[in-house]
Design a protein around this ligand. Sequence first.
Ligand code: ADP
Ligand SMILES: Nc1ccn([C@@H]2O[C@H](COP(=O)(O)O)[C@@H](O)[C@H]2O)c(=O)n1
Length: 328
Amino acid sequence: MGSKSVDELLETSAEVHFSGLHLDELETVNSEKELPTTSATENGHREPFVIGVAGGSASGKTTVCEMIIEQLHDQRIVLVSQESFYYNLSKEEMARVHEYNFDHPDAFDTEKLLSCMEDLKSGLAVNIPNYDFKTHKNILPARKVNPSDVIILEGILVFHDPRVRELMNMKIFVDTDADIRLARRIRRDTVDKSRDIRTVLDQYSKFVKPAFEDFILPTKKYADIIIPRGGDNHVAVDLIVQHICAKLGQHDLCKIYSNLYVIQSTFQIRGMHTLIRDANTTKHDFIFYSDRLIRLVVEHGLGHLPFKEKQDQYILVWNFVKGYAVSQ
Ligand SMILES: Nc1ncnc2c1ncn2[C@@H]1O[C@H](COP(=O)(O)OP(=O)(O)O)[C@@H](O)[C@H]1O
Ligand SMILES: Nc1ccn([C@@H]2O[C@H](COP(=O)(O)O)[C@@H](O)[C@H]2O)c(=O)n1
């Protein structure tokens, strides 16, 4: 198999990716355009993958999160609920609890939520408050949450604050029909929370429904993925899990070696890896593509060395690179 036919093969199968690009030009292309690397951060930990899950009350956010967690059983994964960050009600507010709007953004201590999420993202353990729906207060002890590979933050208004949104690598909006949400909420609040149906319906029409329209629905536009029908949508959940696995998979070695950098996979790199593993590849092509893969690693490695910019050194380095290219 000559290198020309290999190039043709790759161009045909890659469609737009390879238009006008030959493997012979790879060296130039890759040195011009920096391929990103992933790595553990300076203090030796890798940034966790943060997923935000928003949607109306009883849309199925928790259910979707549980499905994701179940499928990602190999990963260290933690679920944080926005409801843990409800402000405690004062005595006066408690006395008039039916007039309190739990669906307004101001009901949450967003500064505390932000600080917890920032700490978790930078690899620190945090204490997450424990919220009690009966007393409308935090109860002790707080839940200690350790650093993880994946952090899921779920809640009706997790997309509301831009600083919290900014921390997320993936944003999911659970989109469930309003009638279904109401039916589920009635069942949940009367059965699990022992509330009477009249209170549940009053709260719904006075606060829950208007807040959904005013604050929650407008954040749907920030979502990367919208899941219709929530937990019933197994296809969407499977696709999300596949995406997360792909994102995490490439970092596995970084967990062990804190100074390891992984060059992001591209079609060209995968193509060359395939060729050198193919039993039908000629010795010449094997050496040719192995050499190119090795050079990518060396180029990236050199990029991590400390250097001082000096004009005459540029010329020296350029001559060295040219000599290296010719000798191959
Ligand atoms: N697909 C579903 N089919 C039937 N009931 C569901 C489904 N998804 C969630 N539920 C129920 O609806 C209620 C709310 O679901 P949950 O996942 O807690 O929603 P959220 O976290 O958005 O409030 C729960 O009682 C849950 O058991
Ligand atoms: N003391 C409280 C606090 C919150 N709520 C309601 O919870 C809803 C958010 O939780 P979901 O699991 O449904 O997303 C929100 O709509 C509040 O009305 C409450 O009833 N009492």
